[in-house]
Design a protein around this ligand. Structure first.
Ligand SMILES: Cc1cc2nc3c(=O)[nH]c(=O)nc-3n(C[C@H](O)[C@H](O)[C@H](O)COP(=O)(O)OP(=O)(O)OC[C@H]3O[C@@H](n4cnc5c(N)ncnc54)[C@H](O)[C@@H]3O)c2cc1C
Length: 431
Protein backbone atom coordinates (compact mmCIF):
# COMPACT_ATOMS: atom_id res chain seq x y z
CA UNK A 1 0.00 0.00 0.00
CA UNK A 2 1.68 3.21 -1.11
CA UNK A 3 -0.19 6.15 0.28
CA UNK A 4 2.79 8.50 0.63
CA UNK A 5 1.32 11.03 -1.85
CA UNK A 6 -2.23 10.78 -0.46
CA UNK A 7 -4.13 12.51 2.33
CA UNK A 8 -6.06 10.34 4.78
CA UNK A 9 -9.70 11.48 4.97
CA UNK A 10 -11.41 10.15 8.10
CA UNK A 11 -15.21 9.78 7.96
CA UNK A 12 -17.85 9.36 5.25
CA UNK A 13 -20.61 11.42 6.84
CA UNK A 14 -21.97 14.52 5.10
CA UNK A 15 -18.69 16.36 5.78
CA UNK A 16 -16.41 13.53 4.66
CA UNK A 17 -18.46 13.16 1.48
CA UNK A 18 -18.33 16.91 0.79
CA UNK A 19 -14.56 16.70 1.21
CA UNK A 20 -14.26 13.60 -0.99
CA UNK A 21 -16.24 15.38 -3.69
CA UNK A 22 -14.07 18.54 -3.53
CA UNK A 23 -10.78 16.62 -3.40
CA UNK A 24 -11.69 14.47 -6.40
CA UNK A 25 -12.86 17.55 -8.32
CA UNK A 26 -9.51 19.26 -7.74
CA UNK A 27 -7.44 16.11 -8.32
CA UNK A 28 -5.99 16.01 -4.80
CA UNK A 29 -5.10 12.36 -4.09
CA UNK A 30 -6.66 10.94 -0.93
CA UNK A 31 -7.75 7.73 0.74
CA UNK A 32 -10.99 7.69 2.77
CA UNK A 33 -11.51 5.66 5.94
CA UNK A 34 -14.95 4.89 7.32
CA UNK A 35 -15.67 2.85 10.40
CA UNK A 36 -19.18 1.98 9.20
CA UNK A 37 -19.84 -0.35 6.27
CA UNK A 38 -21.38 2.47 4.17
CA UNK A 39 -21.56 6.25 3.80
CA UNK A 40 -24.00 8.61 5.58
CA UNK A 41 -22.43 9.28 8.98
CA UNK A 42 -24.79 9.70 11.89
CA UNK A 43 -27.78 9.64 9.52
CA UNK A 44 -27.35 5.86 9.38
CA UNK A 45 -29.25 4.93 12.53
CA UNK A 46 -27.49 1.54 12.54
CA UNK A 47 -24.01 3.05 12.21
CA UNK A 48 -21.59 2.26 15.06
CA UNK A 49 -21.21 5.94 16.09
CA UNK A 50 -24.72 7.09 15.14
CA UNK A 51 -26.75 9.14 17.62
CA UNK A 52 -29.87 9.16 15.44
CA UNK A 53 -33.36 8.19 16.66
CA UNK A 54 -36.32 6.77 14.77
CA UNK A 55 -38.49 9.89 14.85
CA UNK A 56 -35.74 12.32 13.81
CA UNK A 57 -36.24 14.66 10.88
CA UNK A 58 -34.13 17.53 9.62
CA UNK A 59 -34.43 20.58 11.83
CA UNK A 60 -33.49 22.86 8.95
CA UNK A 61 -35.61 22.52 5.80
CA UNK A 62 -34.32 20.53 2.83
CA UNK A 63 -33.68 23.44 0.45
CA UNK A 64 -31.71 25.28 3.13
CA UNK A 65 -29.66 22.19 4.02
CA UNK A 66 -28.88 20.24 0.82
CA UNK A 67 -25.75 20.57 -1.33
CA UNK A 68 -26.39 23.22 -4.03
CA UNK A 69 -25.09 20.98 -6.82
CA UNK A 70 -27.24 18.01 -5.73
CA UNK A 71 -30.80 19.02 -4.73
CA UNK A 72 -32.96 16.53 -2.85
CA UNK A 73 -35.66 14.84 -4.90
CA UNK A 74 -39.00 16.66 -5.28
CA UNK A 75 -40.88 13.84 -3.59
CA UNK A 76 -38.77 14.17 -0.43
CA UNK A 77 -40.62 16.08 2.32
CA UNK A 78 -39.72 19.65 3.30
CA UNK A 79 -38.33 18.31 6.56
CA UNK A 80 -37.06 14.85 5.53
CA UNK A 81 -36.82 11.91 7.90
CA UNK A 82 -33.40 10.50 8.77
CA UNK A 83 -34.04 7.63 6.33
CA UNK A 84 -34.58 10.04 3.42
CA UNK A 85 -31.47 11.95 4.44
CA UNK A 86 -29.42 8.74 4.48
CA UNK A 87 -30.75 7.76 1.04
CA UNK A 88 -29.78 11.24 -0.20
CA UNK A 89 -26.16 10.83 0.94
CA UNK A 90 -25.91 7.38 -0.63
CA UNK A 91 -27.25 8.82 -3.92
CA UNK A 92 -24.74 11.66 -3.63
CA UNK A 93 -21.84 9.25 -3.12
CA UNK A 94 -22.96 7.10 -6.06
CA UNK A 95 -23.56 10.09 -8.33
CA UNK A 96 -20.09 11.56 -7.74
CA UNK A 97 -18.40 8.12 -7.63
CA UNK A 98 -17.10 8.59 -4.13
CA UNK A 99 -17.41 4.98 -2.87
CA UNK A 100 -14.25 3.95 -4.66
CA UNK A 101 -12.18 6.33 -2.54
CA UNK A 102 -13.08 4.70 0.78
CA UNK A 103 -12.03 1.73 2.82
CA UNK A 104 -15.16 0.72 4.75
CA UNK A 105 -15.20 -1.05 8.11
CA UNK A 106 -11.87 0.71 8.68
CA UNK A 107 -11.44 2.57 11.97
CA UNK A 108 -8.52 4.98 12.23
CA UNK A 109 -6.83 4.32 15.57
CA UNK A 110 -3.97 6.80 15.44
CA UNK A 111 -2.39 9.40 13.19
CA UNK A 112 1.10 10.43 14.23
CA UNK A 113 3.53 12.81 12.47
CA UNK A 114 6.66 11.00 11.29
CA UNK A 115 9.20 13.25 9.60
CA UNK A 116 7.40 15.00 6.72
CA UNK A 117 4.63 12.38 6.70
CA UNK A 118 1.94 10.93 8.96
CA UNK A 119 1.84 7.34 10.15
CA UNK A 120 -1.84 6.27 10.15
CA UNK A 121 -2.86 3.08 11.92
CA UNK A 122 -6.30 1.61 11.35
CA UNK A 123 -8.26 -1.54 12.23
CA UNK A 124 -9.91 -3.36 9.33
CA UNK A 125 -11.32 -6.90 9.26
CA UNK A 126 -9.99 -7.49 12.79
CA UNK A 127 -6.44 -6.63 11.75
CA UNK A 128 -4.32 -3.57 12.49
CA UNK A 129 -2.65 -1.98 9.47
CA UNK A 130 -0.57 1.14 9.00
CA UNK A 131 0.91 3.28 6.27
CA UNK A 132 2.51 6.67 5.71
CA UNK A 133 0.32 9.49 4.39
CA UNK A 134 0.95 13.04 3.24
CA UNK A 135 -1.54 14.59 5.66
CA UNK A 136 -4.75 14.21 7.65
CA UNK A 137 -8.28 15.42 7.00
CA UNK A 138 -10.36 14.67 10.11
CA UNK A 139 -14.10 14.55 9.33
CA UNK A 140 -15.29 12.23 12.08
CA UNK A 141 -18.19 14.42 13.25
CA UNK A 142 -18.98 16.46 16.33
CA UNK A 143 -22.09 14.75 17.69
CA UNK A 144 -20.94 11.25 18.64
CA UNK A 145 -19.13 11.53 21.96
CA UNK A 146 -21.73 11.99 24.75
CA UNK A 147 -21.33 14.73 27.31
CA UNK A 148 -22.73 13.01 30.40
CA UNK A 149 -22.93 15.23 33.50
CA UNK A 150 -22.03 13.92 36.96
CA UNK A 151 -24.94 14.04 39.42
CA UNK A 152 -24.97 13.95 43.17
CA UNK A 153 -26.58 10.78 44.57
CA UNK A 154 -27.67 7.64 42.76
CA UNK A 155 -30.69 7.12 40.53
CA UNK A 156 -32.28 3.68 40.90
CA UNK A 157 -34.16 3.80 37.58
CA UNK A 158 -32.81 3.82 34.05
CA UNK A 159 -30.32 6.63 33.39
CA UNK A 160 -29.28 7.11 29.75
CA UNK A 161 -27.78 9.71 27.43
CA UNK A 162 -29.67 10.86 24.33
CA UNK A 163 -27.03 9.04 22.25
CA UNK A 164 -28.51 5.73 23.52
CA UNK A 165 -32.05 6.67 22.55
CA UNK A 166 -33.31 5.05 19.35
CA UNK A 167 -37.01 4.26 19.59
CA UNK A 168 -40.02 5.83 21.36
CA UNK A 169 -40.92 2.35 22.62
CA UNK A 170 -38.06 2.79 25.10
CA UNK A 171 -40.49 5.10 26.98
CA UNK A 172 -43.43 2.67 27.16
CA UNK A 173 -45.25 3.00 30.52
CA UNK A 174 -42.42 5.01 32.03
CA UNK A 175 -42.38 8.22 34.05
CA UNK A 176 -39.73 10.14 32.13
CA UNK A 177 -37.49 13.08 32.97
CA UNK A 178 -35.57 14.71 30.11
CA UNK A 179 -32.60 16.79 31.23
CA UNK A 180 -31.69 19.52 28.73
CA UNK A 181 -33.79 21.24 26.10
CA UNK A 182 -31.60 21.50 23.02
CA UNK A 183 -33.01 20.50 19.66
CA UNK A 184 -32.65 16.77 20.40
CA UNK A 185 -33.93 17.18 23.98
CA UNK A 186 -37.14 18.83 22.78
CA UNK A 187 -37.66 16.30 19.95
CA UNK A 188 -37.18 13.42 22.36
CA UNK A 189 -39.43 15.00 25.02
CA UNK A 190 -42.24 15.03 22.45
CA UNK A 191 -41.69 11.27 21.90
CA UNK A 192 -41.79 10.71 25.67
CA UNK A 193 -45.05 12.66 25.92
CA UNK A 194 -46.62 10.41 23.26
CA UNK A 195 -45.21 7.08 24.44
CA UNK A 196 -44.39 7.38 28.16
CA UNK A 197 -46.69 7.55 31.19
CA UNK A 198 -45.73 11.19 31.71
CA UNK A 199 -42.86 13.53 30.92
CA UNK A 200 -41.05 16.34 32.73
CA UNK A 201 -38.20 18.40 31.35
CA UNK A 202 -35.45 19.95 33.47
CA UNK A 203 -33.76 23.10 32.21
CA UNK A 204 -30.83 25.09 33.40
CA UNK A 205 -31.42 28.12 31.16
CA UNK A 206 -34.02 29.67 28.90
CA UNK A 207 -34.23 29.11 25.13
CA UNK A 208 -35.67 30.87 22.13
CA UNK A 209 -38.18 28.65 20.30
CA UNK A 210 -38.70 28.89 16.54
CA UNK A 211 -41.64 27.09 14.91
CA UNK A 212 -40.90 24.81 11.95
CA UNK A 213 -43.48 26.63 9.83
CA UNK A 214 -44.43 30.30 9.52
CA UNK A 215 -46.94 31.63 7.00
CA UNK A 216 -47.31 28.03 5.79
CA UNK A 217 -43.64 27.78 4.79
CA UNK A 218 -40.53 26.30 6.48
CA UNK A 219 -39.42 29.05 8.87
CA UNK A 220 -35.83 29.14 7.59
CA UNK A 221 -37.01 29.89 4.03
CA UNK A 222 -38.91 33.03 5.07
CA UNK A 223 -37.26 36.45 5.06
CA UNK A 224 -33.77 35.29 4.03
CA UNK A 225 -33.76 37.39 0.85
CA UNK A 226 -33.45 40.62 2.81
CA UNK A 227 -30.08 40.83 4.59
CA UNK A 228 -30.58 42.97 7.69
CA UNK A 229 -27.84 44.01 10.10
CA UNK A 230 -28.07 42.21 13.46
CA UNK A 231 -29.13 45.37 15.35
CA UNK A 232 -32.25 45.45 13.16
CA UNK A 233 -32.73 41.73 12.52
CA UNK A 234 -32.78 40.81 16.20
CA UNK A 235 -35.72 43.03 17.33
CA UNK A 236 -37.72 42.17 14.18
CA UNK A 237 -37.19 38.40 14.62
CA UNK A 238 -37.92 38.67 18.34
CA UNK A 239 -41.15 40.44 17.58
CA UNK A 240 -42.06 37.81 14.95
CA UNK A 241 -41.30 35.02 17.42
CA UNK A 242 -43.48 36.59 20.09
CA UNK A 243 -46.18 36.68 17.47
CA UNK A 244 -45.81 33.07 16.36
CA UNK A 245 -44.87 31.26 19.58
CA UNK A 246 -46.07 33.66 22.29
CA UNK A 247 -44.28 33.70 25.60
CA UNK A 248 -42.79 30.31 26.61
CA UNK A 249 -42.44 31.62 30.18
CA UNK A 250 -46.16 31.20 30.69
CA UNK A 251 -45.60 27.42 30.55
CA UNK A 252 -42.73 27.61 33.07
CA UNK A 253 -39.81 27.84 30.61
CA UNK A 254 -37.12 30.15 32.05
CA UNK A 255 -36.55 33.51 30.36
CA UNK A 256 -33.31 33.43 28.35
CA UNK A 257 -30.62 35.55 30.06
CA UNK A 258 -28.94 36.18 26.68
CA UNK A 259 -30.00 37.79 23.44
CA UNK A 260 -31.62 36.04 20.46
CA UNK A 261 -28.94 34.34 18.27
CA UNK A 262 -26.34 34.26 21.08
CA UNK A 263 -27.15 30.54 21.31
CA UNK A 264 -28.59 28.02 18.85
CA UNK A 265 -32.40 28.46 18.79
CA UNK A 266 -34.72 25.48 19.34
CA UNK A 267 -36.64 24.65 16.17
CA UNK A 268 -39.68 22.77 17.35
CA UNK A 269 -43.41 23.39 16.90
CA UNK A 270 -44.58 20.59 19.18
CA UNK A 271 -43.02 21.23 22.57
CA UNK A 272 -44.90 24.48 23.28
CA UNK A 273 -48.07 22.99 21.83
CA UNK A 274 -47.83 20.16 24.38
CA UNK A 275 -46.83 22.54 27.17
CA UNK A 276 -50.03 24.45 26.43
CA UNK A 277 -51.99 21.19 26.78
CA UNK A 278 -50.39 20.41 30.15
CA UNK A 279 -48.60 17.35 28.72
CA UNK A 280 -45.17 18.33 29.99
CA UNK A 281 -43.98 19.91 33.23
CA UNK A 282 -40.98 22.22 33.17
CA UNK A 283 -38.61 21.62 36.08
CA UNK A 284 -35.61 23.52 37.41
CA UNK A 285 -32.01 22.29 37.23
CA UNK A 286 -31.34 18.92 38.92
CA UNK A 287 -29.93 19.07 42.45
CA UNK A 288 -29.53 15.35 43.28
CA UNK A 289 -30.83 11.82 42.83
CA UNK A 290 -32.25 9.70 45.68
CA UNK A 291 -33.56 6.28 44.62
CA UNK A 292 -36.21 6.96 41.98
CA UNK A 293 -36.65 10.54 43.20
CA UNK A 294 -35.03 13.49 41.52
CA UNK A 295 -34.65 16.64 43.58
CA UNK A 296 -34.54 19.96 41.78
CA UNK A 297 -32.72 23.16 42.73
CA UNK A 298 -35.97 24.90 43.80
CA UNK A 299 -36.57 22.18 46.47
CA UNK A 300 -39.29 20.39 44.45
CA UNK A 301 -39.00 16.70 43.46
CA UNK A 302 -40.46 14.07 41.18
CA UNK A 303 -40.37 10.26 40.89
CA UNK A 304 -39.25 8.73 37.60
CA UNK A 305 -38.55 5.39 35.94
CA UNK A 306 -36.21 6.87 33.37
CA UNK A 307 -33.93 9.89 33.19
CA UNK A 308 -32.62 10.81 29.73
CA UNK A 309 -29.77 13.32 29.54
CA UNK A 310 -29.98 15.38 26.37
CA UNK A 311 -26.85 17.17 27.50
CA UNK A 312 -24.98 17.32 24.24
CA UNK A 313 -21.70 16.03 22.87
CA UNK A 314 -17.99 16.69 23.21
CA UNK A 315 -15.52 17.24 20.39
CA UNK A 316 -13.55 14.04 20.10
CA UNK A 317 -10.48 13.31 17.95
CA UNK A 318 -9.14 10.27 19.83
CA UNK A 319 -6.65 9.26 17.13
CA UNK A 320 -4.82 12.61 17.28
CA UNK A 321 -2.60 13.77 20.11
CA UNK A 322 -4.35 16.71 21.79
CA UNK A 323 -1.22 18.86 21.46
CA UNK A 324 -1.51 18.74 17.66
CA UNK A 325 -4.79 20.56 17.32
CA UNK A 326 -4.16 24.00 18.85
CA UNK A 327 -6.97 23.60 21.42
CA UNK A 328 -8.16 26.73 23.18
CA UNK A 329 -10.39 25.64 26.06
CA UNK A 330 -13.28 23.66 24.54
CA UNK A 331 -12.32 23.52 20.85
CA UNK A 332 -9.33 23.55 18.51
CA UNK A 333 -8.58 27.12 17.40
CA UNK A 334 -8.29 26.78 13.62
CA UNK A 335 -8.46 29.24 10.74
CA UNK A 336 -12.08 29.28 9.53
CA UNK A 337 -12.61 26.37 11.96
CA UNK A 338 -10.63 23.96 9.82
CA UNK A 339 -7.04 25.00 9.04
CA UNK A 340 -4.16 24.67 11.45
CA UNK A 341 -2.32 27.99 11.81
CA UNK A 342 1.13 26.43 11.30
CA UNK A 343 0.67 23.04 9.70
CA UNK A 344 -0.33 22.46 6.09
CA UNK A 345 -0.87 18.75 6.59
CA UNK A 346 -3.64 18.69 9.21
CA UNK A 347 -7.24 19.80 8.72
CA UNK A 348 -10.37 19.36 10.83
CA UNK A 349 -13.51 19.36 8.71
CA UNK A 350 -17.08 19.90 9.88
CA UNK A 351 -16.14 21.34 13.27
CA UNK A 352 -18.42 24.26 12.60
CA UNK A 353 -21.92 25.14 13.68
CA UNK A 354 -24.12 28.10 12.80
CA UNK A 355 -27.80 28.69 12.49
CA UNK A 356 -28.70 27.67 8.93
CA UNK A 357 -25.21 26.72 7.71
CA UNK A 358 -26.47 23.45 6.23
CA UNK A 359 -24.37 21.00 4.27
CA UNK A 360 -23.57 23.60 1.60
CA UNK A 361 -21.68 25.63 4.23
CA UNK A 362 -19.66 22.49 4.95
CA UNK A 363 -19.18 21.88 1.22
CA UNK A 364 -17.78 25.42 0.92
CA UNK A 365 -15.36 24.64 3.71
CA UNK A 366 -14.27 21.49 1.86
CA UNK A 367 -13.90 23.46 -1.37
CA UNK A 368 -11.53 25.93 0.28
CA UNK A 369 -9.40 23.16 1.80
CA UNK A 370 -9.27 21.17 -1.46
CA UNK A 371 -8.30 24.29 -3.45
CA UNK A 372 -5.62 25.07 -0.88
CA UNK A 373 -4.17 21.57 -1.13
CA UNK A 374 -4.25 21.74 -4.93
CA UNK A 375 -2.49 25.12 -4.72
CA UNK A 376 0.18 23.68 -2.43
CA UNK A 377 0.77 20.89 -4.95
CA UNK A 378 1.35 23.29 -7.81
CA UNK A 379 2.85 26.59 -6.69
CA UNK A 380 3.61 25.39 -3.18
CA UNK A 381 2.68 28.72 -1.61
CA UNK A 382 -0.39 30.73 -0.95
CA UNK A 383 -1.40 34.06 0.54
CA UNK A 384 -3.86 32.07 2.60
CA UNK A 385 -0.97 30.44 4.44
CA UNK A 386 0.24 33.85 5.57
CA UNK A 387 -3.23 34.84 6.71
CA UNK A 388 -3.67 31.72 8.82
CA UNK A 389 -0.19 32.07 10.32
CA UNK A 390 -0.71 35.73 11.18
CA UNK A 391 -3.30 34.98 13.89
CA UNK A 392 -7.07 35.14 13.59
CA UNK A 393 -10.34 35.27 15.46
CA UNK A 394 -13.28 32.94 15.10
CA UNK A 395 -15.82 34.28 12.57
CA UNK A 396 -18.41 35.35 15.15
CA UNK A 397 -19.23 38.67 13.45
CA UNK A 398 -18.97 40.29 16.89
CA UNK A 399 -21.72 38.11 18.39
CA UNK A 400 -21.30 37.45 22.10
CA UNK A 401 -22.12 33.75 22.10
CA UNK A 402 -22.90 32.24 25.49
CA UNK A 403 -19.93 30.58 27.16
CA UNK A 404 -20.71 26.89 26.68
CA UNK A 405 -18.60 24.07 25.14
CA UNK A 406 -21.16 23.53 22.37
CA UNK A 407 -20.84 27.21 21.37
CA UNK A 408 -17.01 27.10 21.30
CA UNK A 409 -16.98 26.39 17.54
CA UNK A 410 -20.11 28.33 16.64
CA UNK A 411 -19.82 31.01 13.97
CA UNK A 412 -21.99 33.71 12.48
CA UNK A 413 -23.16 32.22 9.20
CA UNK A 414 -22.95 35.41 7.17
CA UNK A 415 -19.47 36.39 8.44
CA UNK A 416 -18.16 32.84 8.10
CA UNK A 417 -19.44 32.31 4.56
CA UNK A 418 -18.20 35.73 3.43
CA UNK A 419 -14.67 34.82 4.59
CA UNK A 420 -14.84 31.32 3.08
CA UNK A 421 -16.09 32.66 -0.24
CA UNK A 422 -13.40 35.30 -0.37
CA UNK A 423 -10.69 32.66 0.27
CA UNK A 424 -12.23 30.41 -2.41
CA UNK A 425 -12.27 33.30 -4.89
CA UNK A 426 -8.62 34.14 -4.17
CA UNK A 427 -7.56 30.49 -4.50
CA UNK A 428 -9.44 30.12 -7.79
CA UNK A 429 -7.80 33.32 -9.02
CA UNK A 430 -4.36 31.94 -8.15
CA UNK A 431 -4.92 28.82 -10.27
C1 LIG B 1 -30.94 14.23 15.46
C2 LIG B 1 -30.07 15.14 14.66
C3 LIG B 1 -30.63 16.05 13.79
C4 LIG B 1 -29.84 16.89 13.03
N1 LIG B 1 -30.44 17.77 12.19
C5 LIG B 1 -29.68 18.58 11.43
C6 LIG B 1 -30.29 19.51 10.52
O1 LIG B 1 -31.51 19.62 10.44
N2 LIG B 1 -29.50 20.29 9.76
C7 LIG B 1 -28.12 20.21 9.83
O2 LIG B 1 -27.44 20.92 9.09
N3 LIG B 1 -27.53 19.35 10.70
C8 LIG B 1 -28.26 18.56 11.49
N4 LIG B 1 -27.66 17.68 12.37
C9 LIG B 1 -26.20 17.78 12.53
C10 LIG B 1 -25.39 16.68 11.86
O3 LIG B 1 -24.30 16.50 12.73
C11 LIG B 1 -24.92 17.03 10.48
O4 LIG B 1 -26.03 17.08 9.61
C12 LIG B 1 -23.96 16.03 9.84
O5 LIG B 1 -24.35 14.70 10.08
C13 LIG B 1 -22.53 16.20 10.30
O6 LIG B 1 -21.73 15.46 9.39
P1 LIG B 1 -20.27 14.94 9.69
O7 LIG B 1 -19.85 14.22 8.48
O8 LIG B 1 -19.46 16.08 10.19
O9 LIG B 1 -20.39 13.95 10.94
P2 LIG B 1 -21.09 12.52 11.08
O10 LIG B 1 -22.39 12.50 10.37
O11 LIG B 1 -21.09 12.23 12.54
O12 LIG B 1 -20.10 11.49 10.34
C14 LIG B 1 -18.83 11.15 10.86
C15 LIG B 1 -18.40 9.81 10.27
O13 LIG B 1 -17.08 9.51 10.72
C16 LIG B 1 -16.98 8.11 11.02
N5 LIG B 1 -15.88 7.92 11.98
C17 LIG B 1 -15.82 8.38 13.25
N6 LIG B 1 -14.64 8.05 13.82
C18 LIG B 1 -13.95 7.35 12.88
C19 LIG B 1 -12.66 6.72 12.88
N7 LIG B 1 -11.85 6.79 13.93
N8 LIG B 1 -12.26 6.06 11.75
C20 LIG B 1 -13.07 6.00 10.65
N9 LIG B 1 -14.30 6.59 10.62
C21 LIG B 1 -14.73 7.26 11.72
C22 LIG B 1 -18.33 7.77 11.60
O14 LIG B 1 -18.61 6.39 11.51
C23 LIG B 1 -19.26 8.63 10.71
O15 LIG B 1 -19.68 7.92 9.58
C24 LIG B 1 -28.44 16.83 13.15
C25 LIG B 1 -27.86 15.91 14.03
C26 LIG B 1 -28.65 15.07 14.77
C27 LIG B 1 -28.00 14.08 15.73
Amino acid sequence: MDYAEKYALIGAGPMGLAAARALSKHAVPFQGFELNSDVGGLWDIDGPRSTMYETAHLISSKTMTEFDEFPMKDEVAEYPSHRDVLAYFRDFARHFELYQHYRFGAEVLSAVPEGEAWRVTWREGGEEKNALFKGILAANGTLSEPNMPAFEGKFSGELIHASEYRDPRQFADKRVLIIGAGNSGCDIAVDAIHHGKNCDISLRRGYYFVPKYVFGKPADTVGGAIKLPMWLKRPIDKWLLSWFVGDPQRYGFPKPDYKLYESHPIVNSMILFHAGHGDITVRKDVDRFEGDTVWFKDGSNGDYDMVLCATGYKLHYPYLDKGLLNWQRDAPHLYLNCMHPERDDLFVLGMVEASGLGWQGRADQAEMVALYLADLQSSGASALRQRKQAGFERATGGMGYIDLPRMAYYVDKRTYLAKLHSEIKALRGAK
